[in-house]
Design a protein around this ligand. Structure first.
Ligand code: ADE
Ligand code: ZN
Length: 340
């Protein structure tokens, strides 16, 4: 085994949490075809290879257009259960012990799929994953930022019967032109309901959007956060406050947020004391699940075992698990490190 091979095997075995994965972004082309058939829906592709060939993006919006199109095959409770079930099985194989997954209810309710259908399907898959793999999970309801504040409030209303099943609200979709401040009142209302807050910021948007996510949305975690590094004061603040960044290397590469993984900012984030984590974002679209992301960074060459162990540690520290659960996961991680 080469050195990179040994490092990749080490990262694969690390117990870890995934904190940034869009469940709609785990829709593999094979399942897309199966659900299209089951629901008698036409999709604009003839073969799985056609679908994969269409996944060539130069920016976030190219991806989002195709991602919303793909989500149209999801119609029934069973569809959402099967989608999330497939993700959990895949994640368990990557030694993910806990996952905090995003879902985009507006992508479905705007097509006439009731909010309850989405929730019931996801909850079934969560229960199955806990029983089958001992994999725990939490749900994060994301608002689509290209839609308006009223639409987000409507979604928060629809979520009322399910509040006890939700950990947090998030903010995703087209970043540029849709700053966090657009959702100030929605996030304040979600906070009053006892929900935690996260937001995509600094993926394509400027450091100012990261500041707004912190100061206006009062987020507990930043999703991506790459462009925060352009601002030294902001970077120092993120380090000082131990703000978790959910970083997604293969996503960044596929969406041309970075030019290659050799110059990916992750090593700089760690060097500057940021609590960074590794995540898959939309693995069916970006060419890999969480261990593929760890492996790609291992191949890029600028992180060693200690750095990867820290990234796994950060994934539990940045989660919304309670202190006792975090401690148990960190003990399991330490046990792995003492054997590896
Ligand atoms: N929705 C799904 N993936 C996303 C990403 N990487 N950025 C913003 N919105 C998204
Ligand atoms: Zn994302």
């Amino acid at each position: 085994m080469t050195d990179a091979g040994g490092l990749i095997a080490f990262t694969a075995g690390l117990p870890k949490a995934e904190l940034h994965v869009h469940i709609e972004g785990t829709l593999e082309p094979e399942l897309m075809f199966a659900l299209a058939k089951r629901n008698r829906i036409d999709i604009p592709f003839k073969t799985v290879d056609d679908v994969r060939a269409a996944y060539a993006f130069t920016r976030l919006q190219d991806f989002l257009d195709i991602y919303y199109e793909g989500a149209k095959v999801l119609r029934t409770e069973a569809d959402f259960r099967d989608l999330a079930g497939a993700y959990f099985n895949r994640a368990a194989a990557d030694n993910v012990r806990h996952a905090e997954i995003f879902f985009d209810p507006q992508t479905h309710t705007d097509r006439g799929i009731p909010f309850d259908v989405v929730m019931k399907g996801l909850l079934q898959a969560q229960d199955d994953a806990r029983r089958t793999h001992g994999l725990t999970s939490k749900l994060i309801l994301c608002f689509l930022r290209h839609l308006d504040e009223d639409a987000a409030f409507g979604t928060l209303d629809a979520a009322q019967p399910w509040l006890h099943k939700l950990a947090a609200v998030g903010l995703d979709s087209s970043e540029i032109g849709h700053p966090p401040r657009k959702f100030a009142r929605v996030f304040a209302a979600a906070s009053d309901m006892g929900l935690k807050r996260v937001a995509h910021a600094g993926e394509e948007g400027p450091p100012e959007y990261v500041r707004e996510a912190l100061d206006i949305l009062n987020v507990h975690r930043l999703d991506h956060g790459n462009r925060a590094l352009e601002d030294a004061d902001l970077t120092a603040r993120l380090a000082r406050t131990a703000m978790t960044l959910t970083v997604c290397p293969l996503s960044n590469l596929k969406l041309c947020v970075v030019k290659d993984l050799e110059t990916h900012p992750l090593p700089r984030m760690l060097a500057q004391g940021l609590r960074a984590t590794i995540n898959s974002d939309d693995p069916a679209y970006f060419g890999g699940y969480i261990n593929d992301n760890y492996a790609a960074m291992a191949k890029a060459g600028s992180l060693d075992r200690g750095a990867f162990a820290l990234l796994a540690r950060n994934s539990f520290l940045g989660s919304f698990l309670g202190d006792a659960e975090v401690s148990a996961h960190l003990a399991a991680l330490d046990a792995y490190l003492s054997r590896a």
